[in-house]
Design a protein around this ligand. Structure first.
Ligand code: AHR
Length: 501
């Protein structure tokens, strides 16, 4: 049953967020080709990529890393390009970074995309002063040393930047710190990342890997001001967590395109654990913040496979099949169910890296939309919509996978502006399913439906077959006497939309 009149927590649009790191061909060749490129661009930013992403209404973009963020020195990326110093990107392929894509280029990209910036500051190898001055450079109005520098570089008005990351994976590539040490660092950095004018920062402390609940607990214990009673807000407003879906081990994560059904189910079990992950971290946070004022930011999630054969191992370039799309649709159902605490999530990463929306050909420049892209597009109506509870008293199909059970049908629903959106994933590799819901609390009409599926889970899009996995109209949906019936074929993702009277 779906109670269309009982609105639950609003699904923050930021859970549909994105991530772009200076890694492989994400920035260079992906988002940015330089002004002299034959590929149509504005200030070096690829316009076809911008156009494709605008159709997703992407709410925010995290930058410049990832691990890269903790060795990035923002002042190297401003001013005339030919005078910018270069550096070695030690994490990702040891390649030389010329800093041609820097703060101004990133903010221009956000403006073109119509998205909010989420800047990840350098705690690992930077200084408090460096981060504090970056905030001043970006967001301060009036007159000050950093404002004068910004104006000298051609930008008069301050930008608005809300989301600010205090480091990244500080338990690992971001400095190999202990939780207690990092909590002190987060407090120190947060202190000097100032709110200028009405630009109020939303400071995100670098959180746990996977199920390390003790890391979250340490951060929650430390978020308040110790002595000062005058402070309006805690030192940071959210804690992050990272969780990747892999089928094998970190040493051998499996191929993106060559996998069998067992490996497929293993992938889905791993993806489904995102529910356990968010529940666990949220429960820990409840002990310190019953009112749920501090958010969880899952600012890296998605599939991570072995790189495509023949590509640079440090570039994390992987194909994207129908399996990846189902991983994404399953995540979104979980995100919707955790709308009370999850304020943001960022898929890793938007272009040419890990579970990308867009793949570009390094030689021809041709652009391909991945199956994952289509899930983001089909689900965009959930952004800022009220979540609706979906009750299935008779249960939904499930199957044994190793020592665990996988629910093979996943559903979530929301309403916004008089429209209902229901998302359904059938994760079973072989069996179709018919799902039926009582829609109570409102009269739903004019139902339409789309489906994303393919002949095989391994199917993917390529320049010579760009629509092998693309949404199509789905006819096998009916609505009669307040009952919604949907036929969901094996390994498919279906959305149903309708008006609510
Ligand atoms: O997304 C790739 C990398 O994964 C990021 O740089 C890092 O934060 C994580 O380990």
């Amino acid at each position: 049953m779906i109670n269309v009149d009982l609105e639950g927590p609003v699904i923050n649009r930021h859970v549909y967020g994105h991530f772009a790191e200076h890694l492989g061909r994400c920035i260079y060749g992906g988002f940015y080709v330089g002004e002299d490129s034959d590929i149509p661009n504005e200030g070096g930013i690829r316009l076809d990529v911008v156009e494709a992403l605008r159709a997703l209404d992407i709410p925010n973009l995290r930058w410049p890393g990832g691990c890269f963020a903790d060795e990035y020195h923002w002042m190297d990326g401003i001013g005339p390009k030919d005078e910018r110093p270069s550096m070695i990107n030690t994490h990702w392929g040891g390649v030389e970074e010329n800093n041609h894509f820097g703060t101004h280029e990133f903010m221009a990209l956000c403006e073109l995309l119509g998205t909010e910036p989420y800047i990840s500051g350098n705690v690992g190898s930077g200084t408090v002063r460096e981060m504090s001055e970056w905030v001043e450079y970006l967001t301060r109005d009036g007159d000050s040393p950093m404002v004068r520098l910004r104006k000298a570089n051609g930008r008069q008005e301050p930008w608005r930047v809300k989301f600010w990351g205090l480091g990244n994976e500080t338990w690992g590539c971001g400095g190999n710190m202990s939780a207690g040490h990092y909590a002190d660092e987060a407090r120190r950095y947060a202190t000097y990342c100032r709110d200028y004018g009405d630009n109020k920062l939303y400071r995100i402390a670098a959180g746990a890997a996977d199920f390390s609940y003790d890391w979250t607990e340490t951060l929650m214990k430390q978020l308040s001001h110790l002595g000062c009673q005058r402070a309006e807000r805690p030192l940071y407003q959210a804690v992050s967590v990272h969780y990747y879906t892999i089928a094998g081990t970190w040493q051998d994560k499996g191929s993106a395109t060559e996998f069998d059904t067992d490996e497929y189910y293993e992938t889905m079990v791993k993806a489904a654990r995102t529910d356990e992950l968010l529940t666990g971290h949220s429960n820990v946070m409840d002990c310190y913040d019953e009112q749920k004022t501090i958010g969880i930011v899952l600012d890296e999630w998605g599939t991570w496979w072995n790189v495509e054969p023949g590509t640079n191992p440090g570039f994390l370039y992987q194909q994207n099949t129908l399996r990846d799309a189902l991983v994404a649709s399953l995540h979104f159902d979980i995100f919707h169910r955790h709308a009370d605490r999850l304020v943001m999530a960022n898929i890793a990463q938007t272009v040419n890296v890990l579970q990308a929306m867009i793949l570009t050909d390094p030689d021809s420049g041709a652009l391909v939309l991945t199956p994952t892209y289509h899930v983001f597009e089909m689900n965009k109506g959930h952004q800022d919509a009220s979540s609706l509870r979906v009750d299935t008293p008779d249960g939904l199909p499930s199957r044994e996978v190793g020592s665990t059970r996988l629910d093979t049908v996943s559903v979530s629903a929301s309403r916004k502006d008089g429209r209902l959106l229901v998302s359904l994933s059938n994760l079973d590799a072989d069996e179709d399913v018919d799902v039926e819901f009582d829609l109570r609390g409102g009269s739903v009409g004019e139902v339409s439906s789309r489906i994303l599926t393919a002949g095989a889970l391994q199917e993917h899009n390529a320049p010579d077959a760009p629509e092998a996995v693309a949404p199509r109209v789905h006819e096998e949906v009916s609505l009669a006497d307040g009952r919604l019936r949907v036929h969901v074929p094996a390994h498919s993702f279906v959305t149903v939309e309708g008006t609510i009277a």
